[in-house]
Ligand binder design. Structure first.
Ligand code: NDP
Length: 313
């Protein structure tokens, strides 16, 4: 018999940055379902409070901490607030991240700096503050999970995003090597294209192309990361550290010269792909656009997709 208690997070205290919507919210819900109390940290306090309320409705403790992960003092206060309410910090998912699309020959330094500040520096500041807390508490231990991206491995976005994520993956290895002595596991999860508000503007034609280029045949949803998050947060991964767990439906495996084809339908239908995205759009107060271009959420991403794929309004 499998020992499922390995995955039980009852009594554990967790923190998720960028936890209001998308992959962060999905991770928070997964941790809460596995038994943890979960704090939500986000720059979007209104949406973050709704997600904290959702966690409380699951009979878990939660709190919203308004925090910009690029600000060291806010990050330190975030960890302090969580520990004040929960008593200790066992699990941290460093998920807050942004993309600013654009051709690399045109991109301005301000945009480059912003992406590096949130994705790379922000992840480091969070990991450092969390580790300091985990080292202070008794017993000394913890699980830190950084959200990377397949963009750390393949060149699918632009230089600032891809480089920031490659930095996250390698930083994860260094921190894992350094903090193993404190029984702190540091791992990374690398998703592919996930239907979150960041990708709310992915047109339907692009989603179909992603399905065709993905062996498992559907576009990724935040729910598809639940298992990886619970594994890396739980005792099941006690001897796993410094890993980059690719959760991409096989997207990065294929050379893409021959069409993949399918023998049976994918496990998830196009309608099922967007269940959490619709919920997230609701949380943010935007209508879900069935055409797949939601200029209200990230207008710059909608414009970039339209330009890249020659799409009209
Ligand atoms: P979303 O943009 O959908 O959600 C991210 C959340 O983080 C938002 O609430 C956002 O607030 C918040 N946030 C942004 N900047 C900061 C900051 N400086 N401090 C605190 N919170 C912040 O993103 P996803 O859920 O799609 O992405 C989450 C992570 O997963 C990111 O690191 C991303 O790079 C990574 N990822 C995403 C993929 C995808 O396809 N969606 C694929 C691979 C990796 P606001 O919107 O108000 O800025």
């Amino acid at each position: 018999m499998a020992d499922l208690s390995l995955f039980d997070l009852t009594g554990k205290n967790a923190l998720v940055t960028g936890g209001a919507v998308g992959i962060g919210r999905g991770s928070a819900v997964a941790l809460a379902r596995a038994g943890a109390d979960v704090a939500i940290a986000d720059v979007n306090a209104d949406a973050g409070e709704k997600t904290a309320e959702e966690i409380r409705s699951m009979r878990r403790q939660s709190l919203l901490v308004a925090c910009d992960v690029t600000r060291r003092h806010q990050v330190q206060a975030m960890v302090r607030d969580v520990v004040e309410q929960f008593g200790r910090l066992d699990i941290a998912v460093n998920n807050a991240g942004i993309a600013i699309l654009g051709a690399d020959e045109e991109i301005c330094q301000e945009d480059w700096d912003k992406v590096i500040a949130v994705n790379l520096t922000g992840t480091f500041l969070c990991a450092q503050a969390e580790a300091r807390q985990m080292i202070r508490q008794t017993p000394v231990e913890g699980k830190i999970i950084n959200i990377g991206s397949m963009s750390a491995t393949i060149a699918n976005c632009n230089a600032s995003y891809d480089a920031s994520k490659a930095g996250v993956v390698h930083m994860t290895k260094t921190l894992a090597a350094e903090w193993g002595r404190y029984n702190i596991n540091v791992n990374c999860i690398s998703p592919s294209y996930v239907l979150t508000p960041m990708h709310a503007s992915t047109p339907m034609a692009v989603r179909q192309r992603i399905r065709e280029l993905t062996p498992l045949g559907h576009v990724e949803r935040p729910e598809d990361l639940h298992g990886a998050v619970i594994f890396l947060a739980s005792a099941a991964s006690d001897y796993v550290t410094g890993n980059d767990l690719m959760v991409d439906g096989g997207h990065t495996l294929n050379a893409w010269l021959t069409p993949l084809g399918r023998s049976v339908p994918p496990r998830v239908s196009p309608e099922e792909e967007i269940v959490q995205l619709k919920h997230d759009m609701d949380v943010l107060g935007f209508p879900y656009d069935a055409v797949g271009i939601n200029p209200d959420v990230h207008p710059e991403i909608a414009d970039a997709f339209k330009a890249a794929f020659g799409l009209k309004e």
